[in-house]
Design a protein around this ligand. Structure first.
Ligand SMILES: CCCCCCCC(=O)SCCNC(=O)CCNC(=O)[C@H](O)C(C)(C)COP(=O)(O)OP(=O)(O)OC[C@H]1O[C@@H](n2cnc3c(N)ncnc32)[C@H](O)[C@@H]1OP(=O)(O)O
Ligand SMILES: O=C(O)CCC(=O)C(=O)O
Length: 325
């Protein structure tokens, strides 16, 4: 159909639909010469077509499996999340479904209500304040670059990495997050990891192996320092040779790392006396019913069936409603 005829037809249709200003409609070709703003003509596998990422950013994620966006989350929001975490530690609030993890070195000691007793809280979907992180438009805008629209929060965590006990217990061995996830497809999943303070090798920054998101899911097991003490289900990949290519991500407060669930990554020991904090969201494109997202071989798998210790958390996905945010 030529353009004037198409425009006329569209005017009629809009008129029939009761729209007032159909007269201003101009027909644009739907294929051919004029690409939309932000359209990148290459074949991309790990990122979606939208106008948020630059071509360089897209290419970087495609090649490396991660992308750092500087200063994405405001200091004010981070302060709110920090305060809420401290309230949880003091047991002033006890959100439903929250999984509280203590470092293995203090797991059996008496609980004293302070941030020193809690290494991580997981599945904070029912905590209104912490879950606000998962609804921040500035975060979701980037999440959608990897998942596409209609997002679900599959897993959430606030990490409070304690000073190392001297036994590497604060380390998180190199692993692929997909090892823990009973849902697929992997290219619809992304983790957003936001530094709540300056993080470098001194307090145990993220270490990544660029490009490993293109590999398959590897066997995981407890790392060799297990005898000295490792946290329950902190599994690592078996192939230690790959450690040589580690890149350490030094980040500032608010910087956010987006990474693919097959990217091999981990974090080092915290050699400071402070408790290093991070908040993170694993999200996936929505698919209903949820079982459609399950890998056939993994259908019944949750973290609980993966280990000898009793892990109480299962995945309780929550749809992220972007309206009005
Ligand atoms: C957003 C990014 C997503 C990325 C996901 C993939 C990366 C990961 O998160 S990997 C790690 C994932 N796993 C976890 O985080 C869970 C680890 N820990 C926990 O969930 C809890 O601490 C859990 C379930 C073990 C204990 O909870 P709970 O049952 O309430 O505690 P509690 O009753 O005090 O302890 C039960 C037993 O576990 C032991 N235990 C507690 N904490 C630990 C620990 N950190 N390590 C080993 N054992 C532990 C206790 O000593 C106790 O043992 P026993 O029965 O012999 O006395
Ligand atoms: O921030 C960290 O300590 C590492 C977190 C991590 O690797 C994970 O949760 O998958």
């Amino acid at each position: 159909m030529d353009q004037p005829r198409a425009a006329a037809r569209l005017r009629v249709l809009l008129g029939q639909l009761g729209r007032r200003s159909a007269g201003a409609v101009i027909a644009h070709p739907t294929s051919g010469a004029v690409p939309p703003a932000g359209f990148h003509p290459q074949q991309f596998q790990y990122t979606r077509d939208n106008s948020v990422l630059t071509l360089e950013q897209r290419q970087f994620y495609e090649d490396n499996g991660f992308l750092v966006i500087k200063k994405l989350v405001s200091d004010a929001d981070i302060e709110c999340f920090r305060n809420e975490f401290e309230r949880i530690c003091r047991k002033e609030v006890e959100p439903m479904r929250l999984v509280v993890m203590r470092d293995v070195t203090i797991a059996k000691s008496e609980y004293v209500p302070s941030e020193k007793m809690i290494t991580k809280v997981q599945d904070f979907q029912e905590d209104e304040e912490l879950f606000r992180y998962c609804t921040l438009p500035e975060v979701l805008k980037y999440v959608e670059c990897f998942t596409g629209p209609n997002i679900m929060a599959m897993h959430t965590m606030l990490i409070n990495k304690p000073p190392d006990s001297g036994k590497k217990t604060s380390c998180h061995p190199l692993h692929q997050d997909l090892h823990y996830f009973p849902f697929r497809p992997s290219n619809n999943i992304v983790c957003a990891w936001t530094a709540m303070e300056h993080i470098d090798r001194n307090n145990g920054c993220l270490a990544v192996l660029p490009g490993t998101h293109k590999s398959s899911l590897k066997p995981h097991h407890y790392p060799q320092w297990e005898e000295e003490g490792v946290n329950g289900i902190f599994h690592g990949i078996e192939d230690d040779d790959e450690n040589n290519d580690q890149v350490h991500l030094v980040v500032e407060k608010g910087d956010t790392v987006f990474f693919h669930p097959l990217l091999i990554h981990g974090s080092g020991r915290n050699k400071t006396q402070g408790f290093q904090k991070v908040t993170a969201l694993v999200s996936s494109k929505q698919s209903q019913p949820l079982r459609d997202m399950m890998d056939p071989g993994q259908e019944a798998t949750t973290l609980a069936s993966r280990d000898d210790i009793l892990i109480t958390n299962a995945f309780s996905p929550k749809i992220i409603d972007r309206k009005g945010k």
